[in-house]
Design a protein around this ligand. Structure first.
Ligand code: DGP
Ligand code: NA
Ligand code: NA
Length: 213
């Protein structure tokens, strides 16, 4: 029965990058593209600000509340854990999930504050490993030119430079680095090709695994 529809699962695809790298636009376009081809696909964002943990995160990001660096790190992680079982159910049911940020943001943003790399990775252990990580590569200066940063906590060039360095420590064979300085349509085309290929691989029964692998 290998390869039959009962076996086929959705792909777990993550878009990562600095603030204003364009990943939010690209992730929603990817979902539209996949749906247009008749695939089942959903866009998920982390942090998910709709849950009660997510509301604490949102208030922290907008500087309405202050939290210890370790505490907020664990809240971001908890926000992914509270979606884990639904994530697995969706994937096993054949739905592809396009994630706007995931555990890599968790590690990169906290590590950029000076928290230990291994300490940052630890609470993510056991979450599902993405099949593909698309890193939209752009300098903080170029990203800020795109309408400028807002006033959320992390939206400063100096800090974003540190985040970029921390992201580099996380690159592995699942990653594809995408030049995000090109026109939006060019990036869109490139992402479509890579993601469709990944979706097809997952349909053929590649098993899910856990971070950090
Ligand atoms: P976004 O909604 O994608 O604009 O993300 C909000 C901000 O939070 C952005 O600056 C990136 C940051 N962020 C996202 N996920 C995490 C995380 O897990 N940990 C930390 N420390 N920051 C994160
Ligand atoms: Na942001
Ligand atoms: Na963002």
């Amino acid at each position: 029965l290998r390869g039959s529809s009962s076996n086929s699962r959705g792909a777990l695809v993550v878009l990562e990058g600095l603030d204003r790298c364009g990943k939010t636009t690209q992730s929603s376009r990817l979902v539209q593209y996949l749906e247009g081809l008749g695939h089942s696909a959903e866009l998920w964002r982390f942090p998910d600000r709709t849950t009660s943990v997510g509301q604490m995160i949102s208030s922290y990001l907008s500087n309405e509340s202050q939290l210890d660096d370790h505490t907020i790190h664990l809240l971001f992680s908890a926000n992914r854990w509270e979606k884990r079982s639904l994530m697995e159910t969706k994937l096993k049911g054949g739905t592809t999930l396009i994630l706007d940020r995931y555990s890599y943001s968790g590690v990169a943003f906290s590590c950029a504050k000076g928290l230990g790399f291994e300490w940052c990775k630890a609470p993510e252990v056991g979450l599902l490993t993405p099949d593909l990580v698309l890193y939209l590569d752009i300098s903080p200066e170029r990203a800020a030119e795109r309408g400028g940063y807002g006033c959320e906590r992390y939206e400063q060039i100096e800090f974003q430079n540190k985040v970029a360095k921390c992201y580099q420590l996380l690159v592995d064979s699942k990653w594809q680095i995408i030049d995000a300085c090109r026109p939006m349509e060019d990036i869109e085309k490139e992402l479509q090709e890579i993601v469709l290929d990944c979706v097809k691989r997952c349909q053929n029964g590649e098993p899910l695994s856990h971070l950090w692998s």
